[in-house]
Design a protein around this ligand. Structure first.
Ligand code: HEM
Length: 333
């Protein structure tokens, strides 16, 4: 079912057509919103969701931004040594997905431990030995992050809980891998309002522990960004935080303020049982959103009705009013 039941408007730009608009109705509240991965979701603009890893026009630019963030701040990549077999398992999953989805530009061949990876988009042609760290550039963790736009984390199951043990996260939405690595799932989510009382985190963790290899799931999460800035991690708050206050009075608000949607995939690594968590961030300015009238009105309603504690947590205190006014048509254009 398309959101709002509307037929897509012809002639929309590709990034609007493919945008994973996350609101089925005009109220939003946290839930364990998981669904099987890979299902195509028609929307009022087009549709999204037919693939697990997605390459778009920003591929080279996003990978180059990631490279410079990692060069400046190596703590955006983290790993505990016992996780290395899971990193290899994750690399195998992602390269298989990429090659299967983009056969014109990517190819992955594997015979036992002998592997060959070709990626015309990054100019990579690599023979490597599965499990031998010395055969990939950097280390398997870094190499994986150099081939996909997605951020990723790996969680291990022990003592009845999931523990965040590794990852490369350069585009975090106001959190920090460095602070969270080594923590259990429940503590990672401790800053999020309501979820403990709603039982969301407990149910989600049980679900994730029971997830089977070969049954990938996905969910969406949302926030906002000023400008097309992917890195809004805790570490760089001084660079992006002040814009959150000044954007409220900025006449360019509809062009600068973006809805930021994370499509998150949840995949079990068959060889180790670790959970691979892929986070892909999509941005859509309010101006572009307005090309789809049902989205414009829906996001306006979501913002207007968002409970205060979620507004506070998502850093929307100054933004919500002017953004909702513009979207719902009562603000200045
Ligand atoms: C934030 C739920 C999986 C890491 C959140 C939020 C919710 C949530 C509701 C608040 C989002 C917001 O308002 O912006 C869930 C559910 C999951 C899940 C239902 C699975 C079914 C994961 C996994 C990780 C993770 C696997 C592993 C790294 C985080 C982090 C935050 C977050 C780091 C930000 C917390 C902060 O403010 O410091 N999650 N999550 N989540 N989630 Fe999850």
């Amino acid at each position: 079912m398309r959101d709002g039941g509307a037929e897509p408007t012809p002639g929309l730009p590709a990034h609007v057509r493919r945008f994973p608009f996350p609101f089925p109705h005009g109220q939003y509240m946290y839930s364990v919103n998981v669904e099987p991965a890979g299902r195509y979701r028609p929307t009022a603009a087009g549709g999204w969701g037919g693939r697990i890893v997605e390459v778009d026009n920003d591929y080279s630019q996003d990978l180059s931004v990631r490279r410079s963030i990692l060069a400046r701040d190596p703590s955006r990549a983290a790993e505990t040594p016992h996780l290395r077999p899971s990193v290899w398992g994750a690399l195998n999953i992602v390269l298989t997905e990429l090659a299967g989805t983009y056969p014109d530009s990517m190819r992955y061949e594997r015979s036992g431990t002998r592997c060959r990876w070709t990626n015309q988009l990054t100019g990579t042609g690599l023979f490597f030995t599965y499990g031998d760290d010395t055969t990939v550039p950097g280390c398997p963790l870094r190499f994986l992050s150099s081939q996909m736009q997605e951020d990723f984390a790996l969680l291990h199951h022990r003592e009845g809980a999931l523990w965040l043990d590794a990852g490369v996260v350069t585009f975090a939405s106001n959190w920090s891998l460095r602070f969270d690595v080594g923590l259990p799932f429940s503590e990672i989510h401790a800053p999020v309002p309501r979820v403990a009382d709603l039982g969301v985190i407990e149910r989600a963790e049980k679900f994730l522990i029971g997830l089977q290899p070969g049954e990938p799931y996905r969910r969406t999460n949302w926030s906002v960004s000023v400008d097309r800035r992917l890195d809004i991690s805790t570490e760089t708050y001084p660079e992006w935080g002040p814009h959150r206050a000044s954007i409220a009075e900025d006449p360019a608000l509809p062009d600068r303020l973006h809805l930021r949607v994370e499509v998150q995939h949840l995949i079990k690594v068959p060889s180790t049982g670790a959970l691979l968590f892929l986070i892909r961030t999509h941005l859509l300015s309010l101006r572009d959103m307005a090309l789809v009238p049902v989205w414009r009105a829906r996001f306006g309603e979501v913002l207007r009705g968002l409970p205060e504690d979620l507004v506070e947590y998502k850093g929307l205190a100054r933004i919500r009013g002017p953004a909702a006014d513009w979207l719902l048509g009562s603000g200045k254009d």
